[in-house]
Design a protein around this ligand. Structure first.
Ligand code: ADP
Ligand code: ADP
Ligand code: MG
Length: 660
């Protein structure tokens, strides 16, 4: 076996690869850019080599630097992870020429599956069902319109070199087509340096289902069943699960057989993924093959017990697969949530900065029978930088059934606490608690369907209302005690946002808090773990544990439990009456304002009075904690005023730019 492997990647996937190498007794070399000098991967690896400045084009994408690091450290193989050089055939060839093993497929297989057009042709020849469309390149807009009419609208315009959800557009008619064709061509040239474009039928209301394959250098290929990745935003996966709630055994076997046939046709000799779109009627069509480890590979590992990184290493070394198709079976259900540094409350705007708090759920088996795995690449105190993918961690849960796995995931998300950067944990929690997601009736338009106006949190359900009330009353009592101002009052009114809830408070023999609720019933809060200043409140409500995020504000608390977030005040009844009679404060319309998301220094405001700004254009750059935060326009507009200039210090929520 290899004695030393170099990891040509960063972040969580580098950490994940190191873990398997350690278990196999293989030494690791981690290459890193200047931005990653203090990273977890560098800390965990046996050796590390600096390969250049932060931008990937000057570090992680430089084959020369990687090869140099291999020679310098005596590594025998390179694991490329995903992204960066992982699907670069020239890099794989270069390593082969230098006598270094590439832990991935052979360069010919990468070439064959490297772009979407070529791979579609291979797939068709291998008897795989492909999306109806045009198998050739399209040169002009006129030709595109003509072919789109032949295929029949809606059609999908795709960059052949595309990836990561970029270079894809739907056209519903000739006008869309003309505009979209030029847009995809430009985007493809810009993002991939390759403007080849093709068209295929847009499958309506589809699901994304993919098959994991694994091959060796002796002609053996097996599949490890499917993953469903239909929960997507802008064609990018957010939540994935295995198996798929859609498939029956016959469809599963048919898709598996086609994926294996395609892999065999290109002498595939590593881990790879054959992606399909599937109709709700279980028809399925080949999309592309990813010739690398996939972000969502852990869910397959959790249901099969196979370590895919270990298998890739063994295949690269030349070992035969140690199992056959008939040795593999699906055990239970697994789900993955991608935790991203992006703010769901602000249109999923990327958010960078220092992760000032990061509490992760406990890995391993939990009391209720679910298992948590958290593939994370950062530690508390680390910076989420603007240079790389904003993924912080991949949180996975396994359980015997789908329902239990989803419940486990919801709980694991509840036990995940991040602060300092915007993050999508409340959004992920919302999906876990939605009946439609629970039912498995999903499609790639799920997020668009369920959150048409973006994400604003969910209304608290009955149990969450009780959690908000009980946590607020308990914190109020504990805080008063600490302030040396305990009260013996037993009747309170709890305002959740504007809604009053009367409660009477008492303690039982075990010192648990008993709350009688006006309107009937009572709740019992025990095993409280909180003291003033803590951002998490843990307790048992009627014997069931929960964690809420809490923040003290002027006259109460802001409390978030899963996707429900509210301002909660605990008031004497008289005062609550006054609050109720207070004229409703109309919330300021901030939709036309660009506000500073944090205290910091203005680096630049690249817009001027009267300027027309398009969605996505940079309107301000703020620096804090040595990090730059780029604020982009959330909609088109004309600049009505500019309230800050380069060098100005600003506070959180200060107005920077106003649109007319
Ligand atoms: P998966 O199908 O495994 O979820 P994604 O398509 O989300 O993979 O991409 C995985 C990683 O690779 C992401 O970090 C993504 O940004 C990156 N990536 C994928 N394709 C490309 C590409 N063609 N160019 C640059 N980065 C890419
Ligand atoms: P990428 O290389 O960016 O991963 P894919 O071809 O895998 O590109 O497509 C990404 C996503 O776009 C798919 O998961 C699916 O949601 C959607 N998609 C792609 N092709 C089609 C199609 N023909 N019809 C409907 N949806 C599609
Ligand atoms: Mg894809």
């Amino acid at each position: 076996m290899f004695k030393k492997i170099l990891i040509a990647n960063r972040g969580e996937i580098a950490v994940r690869i190191i873990k398997t190498c350690r278990r196999m007794g293989i030494q690791t070399v981690q290459v890193y850019s200047e931005a990653d000098a203090g990273s977890l991967a560098v800390e965990m690896a046996d050796e590390s080599v600096l390969i250049g400045p932060a931008p990937a084009a000057q570090s992680y994408l430089l084959a020369d630097k990687i090869v140099e690091a291999v020679k310098q450290t005596g590594a025998e193989a390179v694991h490329p992870g995903f992204g960066f050089l992982s699907e670069n055939a020239a890099f794989a060839r270069r390593l082969r020429d230098e006598g270094i093993a590439f832990i991935g497929p052979n360069p010919e297989a990468i070439d064959a599956m490297g772009d979407k057009i070529t791979s579609k042709k291979f797939a068709q020849d291998a008897g795989v069902s492909t999306v109806p469309g045009h198998m050739g390149l399209i040169e002009s807009t006129e030709e595109a319109v003509k072919i789109a009419r032949e295929i029949g609208y809606p059609v999908m315009i795709k960059a052949s070199a595309g990836g990561g959800g970029k270079g894809i557009r739907v056209a519903h008619g000739d006008d869309d087509m003309a505009e979209g064709f030029a847009a995809v061509k430009a985007e493809a040239l810009n993002a991939f340096g390759d403007d080849r474009v093709f068209l295929e039928k847009f499958i309506i209301d589809p699901r994304h289902i993919e098959i994991q394959v694994l091959g060796d250098k002796h002609g053996n290929v097996v599949h490890l069943f499917e993953r469903e990745c239909s929960i997507q935003r802008r064609n990018q996966k957010v939540i994935e699960e295995a198996p798929s709630p859609l498939l029956d055994e016959a469809t599963r076997m048919a898709m598996g057989a086609q994926a294996v046939a395609l892999a065999k046709a290109v002498n595939y000799d590593s881990a790879g993924t054959v992606e399909f779109v599937a109709g709700q009627d279980r028809s399925f069509f080949f999309l592309e093959m990813n010739t690398r480890l996939q972000v969502e590979h852990p869910v397959t590992e959790l249901i099969t017990g196979v370590d895919l990184v270990e298998q890739m290493i063994r295949s690269a070394w030349g070992e035969k697969l140690a199992f056959e198709q008939s040795d593999l079976a699906i055990n239970g259900w697994a789900i993955e949530s991608r935790i991203y540094a992006e703010d769901p409350y602000r249109g999923f705007l990327p958010s960078i900065g220092r992760l000032v708090r990061y509490e992760q759920p406990e890995e391993g088996e939990h009391e209720d029978g679910y298992v948590v795995r958290n593939d994370s690449g950062v530690r508390e105190g680390d910076e989420i930088s603007m240079f790389y993918d904003p993924m912080i961690a991949k949180l996975c849960a396994w359980a015997p059934t789908r329902d239990e796995a989803l419940t486990g995931m919801a709980r694991a998300l509840e036990d995940t606490h991040l602060a300092g950067v915007g993050h999508n944990v409340p959004f992920l929690a919302a999906v876990m608690d939605q009946p439609r997601f629970r039912s498995g009736n999903i499609s790639t338009s799920y997020i668009k369907d369920e959150f048409p106006d973006g994400f604003h949190g969910l209304k608290p359900d009955a149990r969450q209302t009780h959690i908000l009330i009980a946590a607020a009353v308990a914190m109020n009592e504990i805080q008063a005690e600490q302030d040396g101002d305990p009260s013996d009052r037993t009747d309170w009114v709890v305002l959740i946002d504007k809604e009053p809830h009367g409660v009477t408070l008492s303690y039982d023999a075990d010192e648990a808090l008993l709350l009688g609720l006006t309107g009937g019933g009572h709740v019992r809060l025990s095993d409280i773990e909180w003291r003033p200043g803590l951002a998490q409140f843990q307790a048992d409500l009627d014997g069931e544990s929960f964690t809420a995020e809490v923040k003290r504000v002027a006259d109460g608390f802001v409390i978030r439990h899963r996707a429900a977030r509210a301002r909660v005040r605990v008031l004497r009844p008289r005062l609550a009456d006054l609050y109720a009679r207070l004229p409703e404060k109309v919330a300021a319309d901030t939709s036309k304002l660009v506000l500073s998301p944090m205290p910091g220094l203005v680096v630049a405001i690249p817009v001027t009075l009267g300027q027309e700004v398009k969605t996505g254009e940079t309107v301000a750059i703020i620096e804090a904690m040595k990090m730059q935060n780029i604020l982009k326009a959330e909609r088109d507009g004309v600049v009505k005023s500019v309230s800050a200039k380069a060098g100005d210090p600003v506070a959180a929520d200060d107005v920077l730019v106003e649109f007319g």
